[in-house]
Design a binder for this molecule. Sequence first.
Ligand SMILES: [Zn+2]
Ligand SMILES: [Zn+2]
Length: 376
Amino acid sequence: MSKSNVVLTIPEPNKMKLVEKPYPKIKAGYLIVRNEYAGVCLEGTRIWAKHDFEKFYGGGQSDYPDGLGHESVGVVEEVLPGSLFQKGDRVVIFQGDHCGHCHACLNALSPTYCASNTFPPKPGQTRVGMAGIQDINESESGGWAMGQYRIAHEANVVRIPDSLDFKYAQAANCSVGVGWSNQELMDMRPGSTVLVTGVGFITMGHVVAALHRNCTVIALIRNQYREDVLRKMGVEHFISPNDEDWQEKVRALTYNGQGVDYAIDGSGHPSYQEKCLQATVPYGKINFSGHIPGQSFAMENLKHIIDPGNTLMGQHDVNARDRESLIRMLCDPRVQKNVDAMVTHVFPMARAGEAFDIQVSKKCGKVFLRPQELVA
Ligand SMILES: [Zn+2]
Ligand SMILES: [Zn+2]
């Protein structure tokens, strides 16, 4: 019997189906990974509820209804001669393709910004993100994380120690990985005070990373389920965003009442973003790690940037230069305890619909799938 690849599809909103496809094919520079965990990201919200595919999945005009999942870890299943990897290597896959020549590749930045992944494609660009990986390899499957087997560019694959459980390694993508890399960008110093808003799995990843830096975390939060997750991590300061005195209460928790050193929003909600801009110490740093399509607030240069001396930043994904420090952090037992708190649900891929429903309910932290578990 020839090998096949069972992949997850969402043929229509709120409906999932496992589909058997041919085993992937690869060309030089790529390898095949047997996925052990896949993290639920936007698949669990926009794609599940509205069939609204993210740009890297083909971008709204998607020809890839099986284009689900960009976060996975697993075991190298197949390499070509001359590969830097061996069958059996345990690895984390970071999303997308790698051209090796662009600004992002040469500066070890996030592969999301690689010239072979940008969307919409620039003139002469022949590939787009993950959809491209399957096409360049002339493969009928393997483009994504929510399938048994996945094709990855070797430059976006990182070997992990045998001692690091896959569950913790999976936090290297859109949760702790995104938090850690954004905080490196912000130059977040140990012992600082950090405000977090819009607490979903991205913000939780930020909290895990900030606690690893021995920072004091203050959460602006309404969701009781998610507050309890942060309590398990040891976060002690919770303030409702509806509290009229929220700003005074935040300031009262900072040195000399001067404001937080860093403010992070993971939701993309404009009211939270605006609060982040109001809560910092002079010359504070603000990070936007989330976005909601079509939503924004009226930014005033003087009020939001110049008067407070604020620096705004944000990026998708994990910079390649941060991968080693990230994996080393995920080996720390205290970090693993907090990842255990953050990962509230793990489902067999055969029950992905339940995983997506839980994500929509917001009564969860980060949700993982097991792509090898095909029986409900
Ligand atoms: Zn590149
Ligand atoms: Zn993600």
